[in-house]
Design a protein around this ligand. Structure first.
Ligand code: FEO
Length: 395
């Protein structure tokens, strides 16, 4: 069912209850592809479309509100296929609509859709729908170069596409309906796994909202639930913390293990961290979703990565996780490497090299353990964890 978002704006998107993977990270709650119908006295605009398989769902919601042939404008805020994939089919159903995107978005639409031509809009453009106007702000790298925010000042509603989004399917449309704590937690998972490496452009884009005189009371992103009231204030406050890389005395311990020795080390290291009064979370990378590990790392000052050595190298799960993290470019954090080995070392050396490349400041020597750790070895691992926690507290 199409739902009111604010006066003159309906949500007409699609709910993808079954999405379990996005760009390689886990999305156990699914997602939504949000699209909004803005109704003026003279014409109607559709802000964003949906992933191609969901076009019929979008069109049926639009038809509840207005004949699709009466839609006079389609705004493409972002060309990634989860929003722009359905554009050609939507345009076919809305033959009287002009289509606009940012300057970079115009090129993206043409490249995605066999030369499909749309019009460019920028920060100086205003489109009047009759008593309702749409204003635009190109926001490069939030989350691609083509990204754009759209704002309707008469109903103080911002449609910022991926910004402020969360991967969460729900029948309810507002954060205060699903529970603000849950919505903020999903906002953190999305931010850490998609936007952490883009914190500078995200911070700039959020600052631009006020600089251009926009004062949204509703933020309606392209994924998940919509922010209003106290929930909106909490989401903005959280974005402020994350974009400024505000870190706490917290350590994330993650590892891959073959025969349990690295697992035993990880547990004692985590005990050592906790003994210093520093918050710690522990993840076996064969069991924990990478989305959860990264969410934990979002505000953690320290990251300890462990691996058994196999074929003189780290296991594929820690290696894969470092590949994921390399793209997200966490900065300002301390790091450490640990792990067991048999006839040859190799894992901790590789981890140290890769974490240094990513930007971690590696603390002290890696902790390596041959074969099975004895009680003395476990005591040493505990002390190694304590020493790392002290470095975190001093950082
Ligand atoms: Fe939801 Fe960058 O696409």
């Amino acid at each position: 069912m199409a739902l009111w978002v604010s006066d003159s704006i309906h949500w007409v998107g699609a709910i993808d209850w079954n999405l379990r993977d996005f760009h390689g990270y886990e999305t156990p709650r699914g997602t939504t592809y949000n699209a909004y119908l803005v109704q003026g006295k003279d014409t109607v605009a559709l802000v964003d479309t949906v992933k191609a398989p969901f076009v019929d769902e979008l069109l049926s919601r639009v038809a509840e509100v207005v004949d699709p042939a009466k839609v006079g404008l389609i705004v493409v805020n972002h060309v990634e296929p989860d929003h722009n994939g359905g554009l050609p089919a939507v345009m076919e159903a809305m033959p009287n609509a002009r289509v606009v995107a940012s300057t970079v978005g115009v090129k993206g639409v043409a490249e995605y859709h066999d030369g499909l031509a749309v019009e460019a809009v920028g920060a100086d453009d205003v489109i009047d729908l009759g008593g309702r106007t749409l204003h635009f702000l190109p926001v490069s790298m939030v989350h691609w170069p083509d990204s754009m925010f759209t704002y309707c000042p008469e109903v103080t509603t911002l449609m910022p596409n991926d910004a402020f989004g969360q991967h969460m399917a729900s029948a309810e449309r507002f954060a205060d309906q699903v529970g603000v704590d849950l919505a903020i937690e999903e906002l953190a998972v999305y931010y850490s796994n998609i936007l952490m490496g883009l914190s500078t452009p995200v911070a700039k884009a959020v600052a631009r909202i006020a600089e251009v005189g926009w004062a949204p009371t509703v933020i309606a992103p392209s994924h998940g639930v919509i922010w209003r009231g106290d929930a909106l204030a909490k989401a903005i406050e959280a974005y402020g913390r994350w974009t400024s890389n505000t870190l706490t005395d917290k350590v994330v311990v993650a590892y891959g293990t073959m025969w349990g020795s690295t697992d035993a080390l990880a547990r004692r290291i985590a005990d050592g961290v906790a003994a210093e009064g520093v918050e710690v979370t522990l993840h076996d990378l064969a069991l924990s979703p990478i989305a959860t590990v990264t969410r934990d790392l979002l505000d953690a000052k320290g990251f300890l990565l462990g691996s058994s050595t196999l074929h003189r190298a780290m296991l594929y799960r820690p290696a894969g996780y470092l590949q994921w993290l390399g793209g997200l470019k966490p900065s300002g954090r301390l790091g450490g490497a640990f792990g067991s080995y048999g006839w040859s070392s190799g894992a901790v050396e590789q981890i140290t090299e890769r974490m240094t490349e990513i930007g971690f400041t590696m603390v002290g020597e890696p902790y390596k353990q041959k074969y099975r750790p004895t009680d003395d070895d476990l005591a040493a691992a505990f002390e190694w964890g304590r020493a790392f926690a002290r470095a975190v507290k001093g950082a």
